[in-house]
Design a protein. Structure first.
Length: 183
C-alpha cells in the first residue's frame, strides 16, 4: 500500500447495506424483467408490491436505525389526528455514523423513487393504467420512507439547536450567578 494514499472508509454495516439495496433492486428488476417472462398481471402486481413492501419495512425498521440512526412512525391520537413520531440517536452518536453507510442510505432512497417515477412515465406513455397502479403503489412506499426520514432528520437538527440554545443559556446564567456571588 502506498504510504501517501489515504485509507478509504469501508461500510461499517455491509450486511445491512446489502439488504437495504437488495429489496429495492429486486422490486425494480422483477417489475422490469417480468414483462419479458411473465404474461400474468396479477403475479407481476403481487410479487412487485410484496418486494416493495419488504423494502419499505426493512428501510423503516432496520436499515434506517442502523445506517443513519433514525426511525419514524405515524400514530393516530385520541382525537383522530395523524401524529408523526421521530427517534434519532443523540448528536454525538449521529456524528460518529459511517459516512459511506449514510451516503448509500440516502442516495438509494432517492434513486429508487426516481426509477419508479421514470417507470410511471413509461406506463403513462404506453397507456397501461394497470401497470401504472403497480408503479404508484411502489412509488408511494418509497416516498413514504423519504418523507419520514427527511422529517426525522429535520427533527434531529431542531433538537440539536434546542439543546445548544439551552446549554448556552445555562452556561451564561451560571456565569452571571458566579460573577454576582463573588461580590
Amino acid at each position: 500500500m502506498d504510504p501517501m494514499q489515504q485509507p478509504t472508509e469501508n461500510y461499517s454495516n455491509p450486511n445491512t447495506c446489502f439488504f437495504h439495496v437488495l429489496f429495492k433492486g429486486a422490486a425494480l428488476a422483477f417489475y422490469i424483467l417480468s414483462a419479458l417472462f411473465i404474461n400474468n398481471f396479477v403475479i407481476i402486481f403481487v410479487v412487485t408490491v410484496f418486494l416493495s413492501a419488504l423494502d419499505f419495512w426493512v428501510v423503516k425498521n432496520v436499515s434506517g436505525r442502523i445506517l443513519v440512526g433514525m426511525r419514524w412512525w405515524n400514530e393516530i391520537d385520541d382525537l383522530g389526528e395523524s401524529v408523526w413520531k421521530f427517534e434519532s440517536l443523540d448528536q454525538e452518536s449521529l456524528a460518529r455514523m459511517n459516512k459511506k453507510d449514510s451516503w448509500l442510505f440516502w442516495w438509494s432512497l432517492y434513486l429508487t423513487a426516481a426509477a419508479w417515477i421514470i417507470l410511471a412515465i413509461f406506463s403513462l406513455i404506453r397507456l397501461q393504467a394497470d401497470y401504472l397502479l403497480v408503479v404508484a403503489v411502489c412509488l408511494s412506499l418509497s416516498l413514504a420512507n423519504i418523507i419520514g426520514f427527511t422529517k426525522c432528520r429535520k427533527d434531529a437538527k431542531k433538537q440539536l439547536q434546542q439543546f445548544a440554545t439551552a446549554t448556552l443559556a445555562s452556561q451564561v446564567s451560571s456565569s452571571i450567578q458566579s460573577a454576582f456571588s463573588v461580590v
